[in-house]
Design a protein around this ligand. Structure first.
Ligand code: ASP
Length: 582
């Protein structure tokens, strides 16, 4: 016997043929002395039938869930009434002529089909069984297809797949490094790459022109829902390109990737400068499936008698409002929840007005004039039955951010205008000021180039310098970051100096890149696209854990291998490492 087909592909077209399938017993039942067994493999299920007269009846009777079998027989039509229209193989069954038991199984900690209902801990501990679940097989298959589509497309565009080292020196992307101690060089460490950034830029200096890699990136960050210590990026870099060229290539790539899941994309994607994104949506990753905007309404309250607003405006702050459709029906408790959400995002409080029965309903209405409230209603286009939420803060960005958080909550009640809303967020500031350390830091990574027109402000007004950094956002998720880079060593050194990297330290940490730049590095730029997130969105999964074969838990632990864990005393000794007692 040799496998002729996968279980899940057999159908009426195979009637009358002899087939051999291999797989796991998914379920078994004895129906009036006849055994019906569902055999499962990666592709799906097929029913096999063993009658009481069969020489394999006894063996078949001994089968239990997840036993491994090899089965041969003729594909027959199921009897009337036994046809299962919901199953691709539901019209047929295999009448067993040969049956081999290849392996037994102890009882599983969960039903394979219900594995996704088990606790995270159980699923991760028995991930190899959880992966037998058809949904997990589907997710891994989609991930594979996306990776293949990316490779095919990038190859067709002249990209070379180049591997860069895992054992390397720190490449900053805003997280901590995972360190690997060297046994041969006591007291010295490699860092696992936060991204292949420096290597891919160096490859441009080498003249590779177009590079890509499905690159594993390691970032030791504080625990957050749906973060993984290691993630995969479709990492790309190209020479002699503008931002527009990078966007065009990536739009082509995303179109091909989405095709694998039967999805059609509209290109080019929308573009939104960072300042506009914050002003209109209160977020640098707005979900543009909804057109709801936050509105700056400071002007309306220029002469307000409401002290909170007046103080904010006197401090050069801002007042923003947003419409909550049908929100007049919200209870006090529900409004309190929105207020709490705003507070969690930096607000000190929240003003609200209901437009109800042609009147205003609000604890603060008495502080506002009729004209102010009318103007407010017009500004956010609120209708009878709506609520208007108004936030203010002395810091404009803070106000935008918590109004953005409210917007994100409010759109949950709206109908999306489209399925996939891609947007490029551009013109991020190059640097942000860290007051505690009295220095500037890269808003994303230190390799991004400033706008040429802003170059002369680099030292005099660093905060106003715009960069060629961009993000690709889909349905409110940041899917990718990229930029045009500093191809000139002198500009790169000026930026590192603002970040308070003295020359020697910069040379130590970024020496490879700085050196490579001075030997005629071409202008270049690139992007890193989160493969896990793209796959999760395309498979309709909330968490990237559902599309990674062996993820860590939210506590950054691999329960399958029980890592991280202690190591032998001898291993530590070899490395020259002592573990402190604290
Ligand atoms: N290295 C960047 C990141 O990991 C991506 C890029 O700019 O190419 O976010």
């Amino acid at each position: 016997m040799k496998r002729t087909n996968y279980c899940g592909v057999l159908n009426a077209a195979h009637l009358g043929t002899k087939q051999t399938v291999c797989g796991w017993v998914n379920s078994y039942r004895n129906h009036g002395g006849v055994l019906f067994i569902d055999v499962r493999d990666r592709s799906g299920l097929v029913q096999i039938v063993v009658g009481p007269e069969s020489p394999f009846f006894e063996l078949a009777s001994s089968l239990r869930n997840e036993y491994v079998v090899e089965v041969s027989g003729e594909v027959k039509h199921r009897i009337e009434g036994a046809v299962n229209k919901n199953l691709p193989t539901g019209e047929i069954e295999i009448a067993v002529e040969n049956l081999k038991l290849l392996n037994t199984s102890v009882p599983l900690p969960f039903d394979v089909e219900k594995s996704r209902e088990a606790s995270e801990e159980t699923r991760m501990k028995y991930r190899y069984l959880d992966l037998r679940n058809p949904v997990m097989v589907r997710n891994l298959t989609l991930r594979h297809k996306i990776a293949q589509a990316a490779r095919r497309y990038l190859d067709s565009q002249g990209f070379l797949e180049v591997e860069t080292p895992m054992l390397t020196r720190s490449t900053p992307e805003g997280a901590r490094d995972y360190l690997v101690p060297s046994r041969i060089h006591h007291g010295q460490f490699y860092a696992l790459p936060q991204s292949p950034q420096m290597f891919k830029q160096t490859l441009m200096a080498s003249g590779i022109d177009r590079y890509f890699q499905l690159a594993r990136c390691f970032r030791d960050e504080d625990l957050r829902a749906d973060r993984q210590p290691e993630h995969t990026q479709i990492d790309m870099e190209m020479s002699f390109v503008t931002i527009e060229d990078i966007h065009e290539i990536v739009e082509g790539l995303m179109t091909e990737i989405f095709k694998t899941a039967g999805q059609t994309l509209q290109t080019p994607f929308a573009k939104l400068p960072y300042n506009d994104a914050m002003n209109l949506y209160g977020s640098d990753k707005p979900d543009l499936r909804y057109d709801l905007q936050i509105k700056k309404v400071s002007d309306i309250f220029a002469h307000t008698g409401f002290k909170v607003f007046a103080d904010v405006l006197a401090a050069q702050g801002a007042i923003y409002a947003v419409r909550g459709e049908k929100g007049a029906a919200l209870s006090r408790g529900q409004i309190d929840k929105l207020t709490d959400l705003a507070k969690k995002n930096g607000a000190k409080g929240l003003v609200w007005l209901k437009v109800k029965d042609g009147k205003w309903e609000s604890p603060t209405a008495k502080f506002f004039t009729e004209e102010e409230m009318k103007a407010l209603q017009t500004a956010v286009a609120a209708q009878e039955g709506d609520i208007i939420l108004v936030g203010s803060d002395a810091c404009v960005r803070t106000c935008q951010s918590f109004m953005g958080a409210l917007r994100k909550e409010l759109v949950k009640n709206l109908t999306p205008q489209c399925e996939w809303a891609f947007v490029w967020i551009t013109d991020f500031p190059l640097l942000e000021y860290i007051p505690e350390e009295d220095r500037w830091d890269a808003a994303h990574n230190p390799f991004t180039a400033p706008h040429e027109e802003d170059l002369d402000k680099l030292e005099s007004d660093p905060g106003s310098v715009r960069s060629y950094q961009f993000d690709m956002v889909l349905n409110g998720n940041e899917l990718a970051s990229g930029s045009v880079r500093n191809a000139r060593r002198d500009i790169q050194e000026r930026i590192l100096a603002l970040m308070k990297h003295p020359k020697e330290e910069a040379a130590r940490r970024f020496g490879m890149l700085l050196n490579a730049l001075q030997y005629g590095a071409p202008p270049h730029g690139g992007i890193g696209i989160g493969l896990d997130r793209v796959t999760a969105l395309l498979s309709g999964e909330e968490s990237i854990r559902e599309v990674i074969a062996f993820p860590k838990t939210t506590q950054a632990v691999c329960l399958l291998t029980d890592s991280p864990n202690v190591v032998d005393a001898q291993q530590l000794k070899d490395l020259g490492i002592e573990i402190s007692k604290e």
